[in-house]
Structure formats: structure tokens, C-alpha cells
Design a protein around this ligand. Structure first.
Ligand code: NAD
Length: 283
């Protein structure tokens, strides 16, 4: 079974569009997401275009704040502070990566935790690991949603996550654990990675190496979630999984493009609504 992230994403966005109209009626305003981009990195520009498009599709307020590549850290922090204090702003996202002269850690920590739609603020990360109410990071949240929508049972299953980054590997592992899977986190120092992965009922690859997960990594019938985004020499977008080779072995698989990617943006929309509701109901 191919888990079509595009189709699942579209139906979730359609439902949110209706929900947002109802929220506007109920609360007298729409959820508002502000996206900040620094500089002209083409990949960042393209990601941000997708986020703004989804924002408009779902009927949110908000817009893009564009700052030049050489903007000072102080100016960026002041812009964030302004948005933190704006009662009509529910979500703030600063597109990463940032130019080298700006500390990403400082910027992430500067965004008010209640408006941190990316779920990267240390307070949200800590709350995730403490099982407290928090804003979940979008890609891990999207992966769990994909598994749910595909009807993949997680409880009691063995899950292997390849990759231990703070934004994907570790939070995905935590969310799978919360769904009562038995989770192994594999990484670049894992010995006999293929054998470790072959144990998995659910295999999540979040590495950033084209086609590293071959058929010998996959237990027949396993659900394979490909988070990787890589460009081949001829410019084609591919994941971490050798899709053609793994497709006949896997029970379910996400394609790249069209799998986890669209879900990440859709979960950003979901988080914006959640931030809006948290703020409106805390008043
Ligand atoms: P990262 O570079 O921070 O982490 C990569 C991880 O892979 C590390 O923990 C490392 O230990 C592990 N690793 C590296 N080489 C390995 C090897 N040979 N064997 C086993 N493990 C190895 O990357 P990240 O930010 O976690 O992103 C991972 C991939 O997911 C990238 O391709 C990124 O572009 C993609 N990504 C996609 C989305 C999406 O929405 N689809 C979102 C975020 C990241």
C-alpha cells in the first residue's frame, strides 16, 4: 500500500478550511500565522511559498515577513518580540536555516512558546518529553498522522527510527513510544544497521542519504516511512529509501515527493489552529 501524503494532506486541509470559517464566526477573527524568512536561499524560499499557500488555502490571516540576508540578529529578535506581543498573532515561524551570523538557538528560544508553531522552543521540547501539553513538531506529528490514516497499528509493534536529530529522529521516536511501540533509535554509529532495521514493523528513515534503505533493511510487510529529502545529480527529489526496491517488500510505504513533506505543512496549519484555540480559551 502506498501511503499518499498528498491526498491525506488535502483532505485534512479541506476539513481545516471549514473549521477555520466556523472559528472566525465563533471568535470574530481567524487564526493568524506569521512567517519570517531571512535572505534568498532558494530551498527556503520554496518551503516558505508552500507554507504561505497552505495558510491562504485554509483561510488564515497572516503573511510573510521578508528580511535581508545581512539583517542583524538584534533586528530579527526585535521583529520576533513585536509579533510575540501582538495579540492578533497566534503562530510565529522563522524559516531555518538562518545565516551564520545569527544564532538559531537564540531565535528559537525568542519565539513565545505559546506561538511556537514549529514546536522547536525548548519549553515545548521539554514538555513533549515530560508528557505535558505542548505544541508537537510538525514532521513527527505528520508521521504519526500518516500511520493512523493508513491504519498502521503502533501499539505493541517494533519501531526503528534511523536518525537522532532534535527535529525529526528523537521526537518521532518519542511519539511512537507514546503510542506504545517498542522503539529503537539507530544512527551513524549503529552496527549492522540492516539487521537492526529488519526487526522493525515500522521503519522510519530520517537521515538525508539517497537510497540508503534498500530491500535488505526491510522486514516483509513492514510500514516504511521515508522522511529524507535528497537531490540526485540530475536534480530529482528522492528520499532515503530505495523506493522501487522496497515497494514490493513493504506492507505500506510513503513516496518522496508526496509522502511526509506535504504532511509537515499540513501539521503546521493544525498547530496554528491549536495555538489560536489555546490563546482564545486562556483569555
Ligand atoms: P540531521 O542531519 O540532523 O540528522 C541525520 C541523522 O542521520 C543523524 O542523527 C545521524 O546520526 C543519522 N545518520 C547519518 N548517517 C547515517 C548512516 N550512514 N547510517 C545511519 N544513520 C545515519 O537531519 P534531519 O534534520 O533529521 O533530517 C533528516 C532528513 O529528513 C533530511 O534529508 C531532511 O532534509 C529531511 N527532512 C524532511 C522533512 C519533511 O518534511 N519531509 C522535515 C525535516 C527533515
Amino acid at each position: 500500500m502506498i501511503i499518499d501524503g498528498k491526498v491525506i494532506s488535502q483532505s485534512l486541509k479541506d476539513a481545516m478550511k471549514i473549521e477555520v470559517d466556523a472559528l472566525a464566526e465563533q471568535y470574530g477573527r481567524r487564526p493568524c500565522l506569521m512567517v519570517i524568512i531571512v535572505g534568498d536561499n532558494p530551498a527556503s524560499r520554496s518551503y516558505v511559498r508552500g507554507k504561505i499557500k497552505a495558510t491562504e488555502y485554509c483561510g488564515f490571516d497572516g503573511h510573510l515577513v521578508e528580511l535581508p540576508e545581512d539583517v542583524s540578529e538584534a533586528t530579527l529578535l526585535a521583529e520576533i518580540d513585536k509579533l510575540n506581543n501582538d495579540p492578533l498573532v497566534d503562530g510565529i515561524l522563522v524559516q531555518l536555516p538562518l545565516p551564520k551570523h545569527i544564532s538559531e538557538d537564540k531565535v528559537i528560544a525568542a519565539i513565545s512558546a505559546e506561538k511556537d508553531v514549529d514546536g522547536f522552543h525548548p519549553e515545548n521540547v521539554a514538555r513533549l518529553w515530560l508528557n505535558q501539553h505542548c505544541i508537537l513538531p510538525c514532521t513527527p506529528k505528520g508521521i504519526i498522522e500518516l500511520l493512523d490514516q493508513a491504519g498502521v497499528e503502533m501499539a505493541g509493534k517494533k519501531a526503528v527510527v534511523i536518525g537522532r536529530s532534535n527535529i525529526v529522529g528523537k521526537p518521532v521516536a518519542k511519539l511512537l513510544l507514546d503510542r506504545n511501540a517498542t522503539v529503537t533509535i539507530a544512527h551513524s554509529r549503529t552496527k549492522d544497521l540492516a539487521a537492526v532495521c529488519r526487526e522493525a514493523d515500522i521503519l522510519v528513515a530520517a537521515v538525508g542519504r539517497a537510497k540508503m534503505v534498500t530491500a535488505e533493511y526491510v522486514k516483509p510487510g513492514a510500514a516504511v516511512i521515508d522522511v529524507g529529502i535528497n537531490r540526485t545529480e540530475d536534480g530529482k527529489l528522492v528520499g532515503d529509501v530505495d523506493y522501487e526496491a522496497v515497494l514490493p517488500v513493504a506492507g505500506a510505504i510513503t513516496p518522496v515527493p508526496g509522502g511526509v513533506g506535504p504532511m509537515t505543512i499540513t501539521m503546521l496549519m493544525r498547530n496554528t489552529i491549536e495555538c489560536f484555540l489555546n490563546r482564545m480559551n486562556n483569555k
